[in-house]
Design a binder for this molecule. Sequence first.
Ligand code: AKB
Length: 337
Amino acid sequence: MRREVILITGANGEIGHGLITQIHKENRARVVALDLKPLDDCLMPYCERFIVGDILDKMLLGRLIAEYEITSIFHLASILSTKAEYNPEAAHEINVEGTINLLRLGVELSQWQGKPVKFIYPSSIAVYGLPNIESKRSSGKVREDQFCSPNTMYGCNKIYCENLGRYYSKHYRQLAKDPVKNTVDFRCLRFPGLVSAETIPTGGTSDFGPEMLHYAAQNVPYDCFVREDTRIPFMAMPDAIKALLMLEAAPMANLTQTSYNVTSFSPTAAEIEQYVRKAFPEAQINYAVHPQRQTIVDSWPADVDDSPARKDWNWEPDYDMRKAFEEYLIPAIRNRY
Ligand code: AKB
């Protein structure tokens, strides 16, 4: 029996690296990977095909329909929160127009194949907009239906694309004379900051976590752009990959919502520094706060409620903060540098 085909956009990004590697380990599917930049050599053997291309190229996406029986799409391509603030309109075009192109592809694949294609979409804690630092400190574990008033272009893009996914999967062309019989099965995770041993993020506002660790491992002085007391949720990359694949595998009947919070630990920057210093005592870390980036993270929740994911599809992280640093990040990073 031919193995299913999974399409991964943004394949060369942080999540793409981990996802392609894990799918290869599980030997469960053929991967068609798409990215603007060439795929890292280490991932090429894991992909049936790698396409250097743009998610804004509708002709390119259209050709995939005839070539592959794609059963799942992991749409990872995105401009992250900090980078999006330097060119918000370009971020909108990539994050929103690109997502609409992929949703259209998903609908056409679903109609062509006569069954819904799963569309797995990483959203973010950036969809939340706590009104002030007092609210952040008092709001506890924020639920999916609270404070969804983002104050970054990236957060606006993500909350809109969550609603687009819900529309395309449940209400698409609802007044058309020929209603669409099969459409996408859209499923979404709101990720916290992610920390990987294999890659360093680019352009995110949660990057202070992974950057502090990777700079210390290379003995490079690091200017942390947030205050020491800044607290946001984080997760080790293996748990992010686990969550994506668990959500994809979950029976549709079990899912009571389309967007789910997932998280693992919620440290302050100073608590991250404590773990970093245990491994790299000579680390040179300064807190050179960037006021605008501080304002962004001050609007993000200190913690989120992931009980719906635990209840609907048995989500549970493998890595708490201690295990993430002492059993995953530090050993792997020591081997890397
Ligand atoms: C960012 O910082 O923009 C991302 C995110 C939290 O979604 N890592």
